[in-house]
Design a protein around this ligand. Structure first.
Ligand SMILES: *Cc1c(COP(=O)(O)O)cnc(C)c1O
Length: 398
């Protein structure tokens, strides 16, 4: 028998992917499922981006590239940061990976290990704590509440810092809560970090999906000293509907990029050559596609919030960014749906899926028991009908 390693045993499967799998089984059995579980845009990748990949493949760009990405893609990323955020970065600050998740993993592998603490405000994106654990470092969870807009406070951060703290992970706009920190709030947080040895890993993958007046903030631009202390993560998956192309990146000090480059060269060789050509087209080509997709997400968000706010005992914080509604359903815990008593977010979601064929993700996967996450990256038709079914199902609670 082949034994399974301690590393593999320490990692939980991604809860969002697991929720998708259960719904797929039902769908395969012919059941119409209202699926709000998967975190990816439902739009096709814009045509000009696909065409750039096609052209690259035909032109023979089908070989290994440098481990950290081509010169063209790094130049495109630097130019995009200058235009979008006013951030000056050079190619030696940039590494392209197989998706932002891969960038986060390699950034953590390059900077933390056993004995180190990584601060993660909760609710957090499902993968953060497992990615930290895979390096041997310790995730330290900092709970935030709906009442405070799911925002970490400077006092909370100050109290959590220890000599072992190596990194603070930030994610604004946030998956799952949709929370967008203001520039002033982020400044107050980073200022707490200033006289420590800790740095910041800022996952900004939803920076182009903000629906309120708040402007996207690139944490690295907040203070001059942050350029040396910040690893900025982003990617094409969410803004350009490119999840399957696996294009993410990190902007970091050259020594960190160098370490990630070495890891990546041993681990995956390089990111896909044709995907890199597609990413150049995404970042340097027409940006109307982003505006159009954002407008559609904004309309769905409004519809989602309007419908959820009509449901008794559901507590929602209106999301300012990303494409999720994260709401408190704990008022229904301890109640019966048919012969099943719902006791927590997992049994709530399982029972909902079985009885009403509506698929949500349990909040416990994001470190927030009592809540569920609904992705509104699906058609308005599915949102309207699915939330109607959800409301009727909740009304059956006894
Ligand atoms: C989707 C997502 C990612 C990863 O996206 P990739 O497809 O790996 O680029 C990273 N962080 C957050 C918060 C996400 O929601």
């Amino acid at each position: 028998m082949i034994r399974i390693s301690a590393l593999a045993a320490a990692v939980k499967p991604s809860a969002t992917l697991a929720a998708g799998a259960k719904a797929r089984q039902l769908k395969a059995a012919g059941v119409k499922v209202f699926d709000f579980s998967l975190g990816e845009p439902d739009f096709p990748t814009p045509r000009h981006i696909c065409e750039a990949a096609e052209k690259a493949a035909r032109a023979g760009q089908t070989h290994y590239t440098p481990a950290s990405g081509t010169a063209e893609v790094k130049a495109a990323i630097c130019k995009w940061y200058k235009n979008f955020h006013g951030l000056d970065c050079a190619p030696e600050n940039v590494i392209v990976s197989n998706g932002a998740k891969h960038s986060i993993h390699n950034a953590l592998a390059a900077t933390v290990g056993p004995g180190d603490e990584v601060l993660i405000p909760t609710p957090y994106w499902v993968s953060y704590s497992d990615l930290v654990r895979m390096t041997g470092a310790t995730p330290v969870l900092l709970p935030t509440t709906l009442a405070s807009g799911f925002k970490l406070t400077p006092e909370q951060l100050r109290d959590a810092l220890t000599p072992q703290t190596r990194l603070l992970m930030l994610n604004s706009p946030c998956n799952p809560t949709g929370t967008v920190y203001t520039r002033a709030e982020l400044e107050a947080l980073v200022d707490v970090m200033r006289d420590t040895d800790a740095s910041i890993l800022s996952d900004e993958i939803y920076e182009q999906l903000i629906y309120c007046n708040a402007k996207p903030t690139c944490v690295a631009t907040l203070r001059p000293w942050l350029k040396e202390r910040t690893i900025t993560i982003s990617g094409a998956s969410k803004s350009y509907a490119m999840t399957g192309w696996r294009m993410g990146w990190a902007i970091a000090p050259p020594a960190v990029v160098q370490a990630m480059d070495t890891i990546q060269s041993q681990q995956t060789g390089c990111p896909s050559s044709v995907s890199q050509a597609a990413l150049v087209a995404a970042l340097t080509g027409p940006q109307e596609c982003v505006v159009e997709m954002r407008a559609e997400f904004a309309a769905r968000r409004e519809m989602t919030c309007d419908l959820l706010q009509l449901i008794p005992d559901v507590k929602l914080l209106v999301p300012d960014g990303a494409f999720y509604a994260f709401f408190d359903v704990s008022a229904y815990f301890g109640r019966n749906f048919g012969t099943t008593t719902v006791t927590d977010s997992v049994s709530f979601c399982n029972t909902l899926l079985e009885q009403a064929h509506v698929n949500l993700v349990p909040g416990v996967a994001f470190g927030a028991e009592g809540f569920v996450r609904m992705s509104f990256a699906t058609s308005r038709d599915v949102i309207e009908t699915g939330l109607g079914k959800f409301k009727s199902w909740l009304a059956t609670a006894r």
